[in-house]
Design a protein around this ligand. Structure first.
Ligand SMILES: Nc1ncnc2c1ncn2[C@@H]1O[C@H](COP(=O)(O)OP(=O)(O)O)[C@@H](O)[C@H]1O
Ligand SMILES: [Mg+2]
Length: 343
């Protein structure tokens, strides 16, 4: 939408992890290098952790791009699966073919595949993303799969990528054997203020920006402060800031634009708008919830009395003004009906 306005060929701050946009910070470089080394050196179990949005999935995708034909990979993105579903996903990813009805059948199939792969001088790598969601039974099965071996070598390498909770799971006493197998750990921290500036610049360059800085220096500081250096949040603020600056016809993203975007993301705009159309505050709500249950009926009765009194006053005024004595019995009957209702 705003791409051509800023001289860009594509959107620079999409949320999907696209390796083409990789900004290789020192820690991203180191983590990637360790994983490549780990795979090449046939390290058994590798663990990559980092807070949500720090770039784990992107890093794994970069790794996948860099591996050659000799590495057969199974990449499991969503591991909230039952045991059999997990086995089926691995079988699908390794292209083991066909259905199998039992765990024994799966183990037989994967054992054959791993032996075959090793015989060809290739390696087999299982990568599980969002691994903090893995249940303990599946983690135990992964451990057992890593036990498959020939007399010379282990047959399956594993990378678990996940949020820092993964470390806590690995620390459980029942995970002792699992923990002992970890031969490599890498962790991604949020970006520093300086890295945030370089990150934004890198993504803009990949998107085709040839001009100087689109984001003012103070804007970058605000973005870093709000996002705490988490790339996914940086993307959200930057994308919205470009859109707002475009709507205002500004070629540079000033701090005021970033402040407005952050305010909107935090829902401040919504609260402001809400208070205009819905002026109730918490006390009103509490009062409504704590009113006696029959309070509705009471106020209804009050309305009947008020309507009756109005009718009497109206009829009285009419008679006084000479509206006709012949109407008095009818008015009286009507009044009685009101009194009955109210009683
Ligand atoms: N080093 C980086 N270079 C470029 N983009 C990055 C980097 N790290 C994260 N991102 C971007 O931030 C967003 C979140 O990254 P992602 O890999 O999904 O995080 P995680 O898997 O840790 O939750 C994605 O849009 C991704 O492209
Ligand atoms: Mg991810």
């Amino acid at each position: 939408m705003y791409e051509s306005f800023f001289g860009l060929e594509k959107k620079p701050f999409e949320i999907t992890p696209d390796p083409a946009f990789m900004y290789a910070s020192q820690q991203h470089k180191e983590a990637l290098a360790s994983l490549i080394y780990g795979v090449k050196e046939k390290k058994g179990l590798m663990v990559l952790t980092g807070e949500v949005g720090t770039g784990k999935t992107l890093l794994v995708r970069c790794l996948l791009q860099m591996l050659d034909e000799g590495t057969k990979t199974a990449y499991i993105i969503n591991p909230r699966l039952s045991l059999m579903e997990f086995f089926h996903s691995i079988a699908h990813e390794f292209d083991l073919g066909g259905e199998f009805s039992s765990k024994a059948a799966f183990l037989d199939r994967i054992n054959g595949f791993l032996l075959d792969t090793a015989a060809k001088g290739h390696r087999a790598l299982l990568i599980v993303d969002e691994a903090q969601n893995l249940g303990l039974p599946i983690l135990e099965e992964i451990r057992l799969l890593m036990n498959l071996e020939t007399s010379k070598q282990k047959l399956l390498q594993v990378i678990l990528a996940g949020q820092p909770e993964l470390h806590k799971i690995i620390e459980f006493s029942c995970m002792r054997q699992f923990k002992q197998r970890i031969s490599l750990r890498a962790h991604l921290n949020p970006l520093s203020r300086q890295e945030t500036a370089l990150y934004i610049r890198r993504r803009l360059e990949v998107a085709g920006s040839s001009k100087g800085e689109i984001f003012e220096r103070r804007s970058v500081s605000l973005i870093h402060k709000y996002s705490s250096g988490i790339p996914r949040l940086i993307n959200v603020v930057c994308d919205n800031s470009l859109l707002t600056a475009y709507a205002l016809g500004k070629k540079r993203v000033e701090p005021a634009v970033v402040k407005e975007v952050i305010g909107d993301l935090e829902g401040k705009g919504l609260k402001r708008a809400g208070s205009l159309v819905w002026p109730r505050d918490e006390r009103d709500l509490v009062q409504e919830w704590t009113m006696p249950r029959n309070s509705g009926r009471q106020s209804g009765t009050r309305w009947v009395w008020a309507a009756g009194a109005l009718a009497v006053a109206f009829a009285g005024a009419w008679v006084a003004l000479g509206g006709g004595a012949q109407w008095i019995p009818r008015v009286w009957a009507g009044l009685k009906r009101f009194l009955d209702l109210a009683g």
